[in-house]
Design a protein around this ligand. Structure first.
Ligand SMILES: COc1ccc2cc(-c3cnc(C(=O)NCC(=O)O)c(O)c3)ccc2c1
Ligand SMILES: [Mn+2]
Length: 242
């Protein structure tokens, strides 16, 4: 299927400079709808459905959980990690390239941090059995993750029926932000303690693709710390694969 480029580079620059950067600097998060358009977004969705149908998604892991606490009670998604260059991930690769270009335009204007690298993409499915993800911070302990980017893939999502809202509790703000996991929506937010968030129980299959962008210095320092401190396995701070 031909992938029609929806956003010219100028559009991407305008989106980054006029929308994403100002929102990150004031509210700490931003979402945009219609990122890829129906055709390219639909191609990404087809690839994710194919992965799910072929059994490529497995129970998501936890950074470090207290013994005896049942993982599913904390995090109920199934995930797979892709680079986007795998066979059957061409549309996902196109999406990741577009998000890379968007974030690289933003990076120079987000303060003195150097955002130059990112994690692999985490393809996630909340199966719709009421599972969600309890309130958490993606990067509570300076593991290098600076920005979380989540691309949602859910058509005809009805929150009253399906739940699955991502609720962000912006630190120090008097409000919460309820983000519906709608098809072709991209959400960007600071990964650290500024943005505790939860995935509310989902009652329909809920697909998303997440990438984390690293602050190179914080990431390098975290790797040094990780190597030198022989922390017991269960207590280690987890971070997605590079
Ligand atoms: C041990 O290695 C790892 C590697 C990656 C990990 C990723 C998550 C994670 C974090 N946040 C969310 C989330 O907030 N989703 C919001 C939404 O879908 O709207 C999510 O689905 C998954 C948790 C633990 C991990 C451990
Ligand atoms: Mn999270």
């Amino acid at each position: 299927m031909p992938i029609i480029e929806q956003l010219s580079h100028t559009d991407l620059e305008r989106l980054a400079l006029d929308r994403v950067v100002p929102a990150l600097l004031t509210h700490g998060f931003y979402f945009v709808d219609g990122l890829l358009g129906e055709v390219a977004g639909g191609a990404v969705l087809d690839e994710v459905k194919q992965m799910h149908g072929s059994g490529a998604l497995h129970d998501g892991r936890l950074a470090g959980s207290a013994p005896g606490v049942h993982r599913r009670s904390i995090r109920g998604d199934k995930t797979a990690w892709v680079s986007g260059s795998e066979r059957g991930c061409e549309a996902i690769g196109f999406l990741l390239n577009l998000i890379d270009r968007l974030i690289s335009v933003c990076a120079g204007r987000l303060g003195n941090k150097v955002i130059r690298e990112r994690s692999q993409a985490m393809v996630a499915c909340y199966p719709g059995n009421g599972a969600g993800y309890v309130k958490h911070v993606d990067n509570p302990n300076s593991d290098g993750r600076r920005l979380t980017c989540i691309y949602y893939l859910n058509k005809n999502w009805n929150v009253k029926e399906h739940g699955g809202v991502l609720r962000i509790f912006p630190e120090g703000k008097g409000y919460v932000a309820d983000i519906k996991p709608l098809f072709d929506r991209l959400l960007v937010f600071w990964s650290d303690r500024r943005n505790p968030h939860e995935v509310q129980p989902s009652f329909s299959t809920r697909y998303a693709i997440t990438v984390w962008y690293f602050d190179s210095e914080e990431r390098a320092e975290a790797k040094r710390r990780f190597k030198t401190v022989t922390a017991p396995a269960h207590s280690r701070t987890a971070a997605p694969p590079d």
